[in-house]
Design a protein around this ligand. Sequence first.
Ligand SMILES: *Cc1c(COP(=O)(O)O)cnc(C)c1O
Length: 406
Amino acid sequence: MTLNYKNSNLFIDNLSIKNITKKNITPFYIYSFKKIKNNYQNFSNYFKKVSPLICFSVKSNSNVSIISELGRMGSGADVVSEGELLKALKAKIKPNKIVFSGVGKTENELKVAIKKRVLLINIESESEAKLIDKISKKMRRITSIGIRINPGVDANTLSKISTGKLDSKFGLPKSNFLNLCRNFKKFRNLKIKALSVHIGSQITSINPYRKTLNVLYKIIKLSRINFEYIDLGGGFGIPYQNKQKKIDIGRYSKLVNKFKKKLNCKIIFEPGRFIVGNTGTLISRIVFIKKNRNKNFVILDAGMNDFMRPALYNAKHNIIPVLKLKKQMNGNVEFVGPICESTDTFVKYRNYSLLNENNYVAITNVGAYGSSLSSNYNTRPLASEILIKKGKVKIIRRRQKISEII
Ligand SMILES: *Cc1c(COP(=O)(O)O)cnc(C)c1O
């Protein structure tokens, strides 16, 4: 375990969080290098036989130091904007390990990606193919592309993070995909290298993945194209609550291995949450505790601008005290942020150990879609980020200064 208590005090990888708060203004994100490495190796071991190219999804955590640590472990990057592409390059990820995804890449973004010769630009419309062909012609390049298909598979996850259903904006429906394949010759400056798919996020069963493989196999046969790569996307879920079930990646890897052998292709994965989700914690100070009727509002110095998942997706993240007292709070507890929005609330408990103003708490499992989704709303500065690596506290992003936002 990354987080554990010693004499009622919370530690991360054997360092006292209380001590870290003495030198760092809250709120701040803190990550365990050890855990990131474990998760990456774990993922890669599951798919050993498949030997895929793993392209870390940069939108799940776009801290350059974290991308660079993953790069050193062998990871590539899946990026969705020029900014993410430049971050991946800054983190020394080789262009031939970078996949560029997204429904609305602009001409400028495409120019940068073509110029840098990324492994794949995964297109999602015929218009995008036309535009890339036009730019490539001007630049006298042949650009490698992947085509993202919408397999019409329900990922059975939260509707707000589902991307593979037929009414979703992502990818090309089967008939459009086949049409594009048939007429592809007209794009003289493009080369089809891959078929890509990504059906959603926080997927906890392999059934939607199994269905997707079946759909892909059929459509690949119909297309009569030998794709060098099949990019199977990300979406692997993690348990946020104790009882939540874990996805059986071992079983999925067997299916992928068969699929790969039948098609004689290379496989790409784009995991985000699975690699970093449980590696990050948001440390926050209790500003005030105010009791309204039977409920204690515990008002934190972290708000929805620092961590948006509860407000955006109704996601539940456990909050644990940095100093765990034996006594109990009198009444229910609701942890809320300071922002002027009713959705700026994190989680409720019926019973909770005693908290006092100016104590610290830890919001858990915030390594994915935490810091990367944070904003300057309410003109609040972006929080700092810290990496615990080999017993050392490394600041991997300093806290933004208010003057930088004004
Ligand atoms: C967001 C995204 C991912 C990563 O999803 P996770 O659920 O974090 O694994 C991968 N591929 C694409 C195209 C994405 O948009």
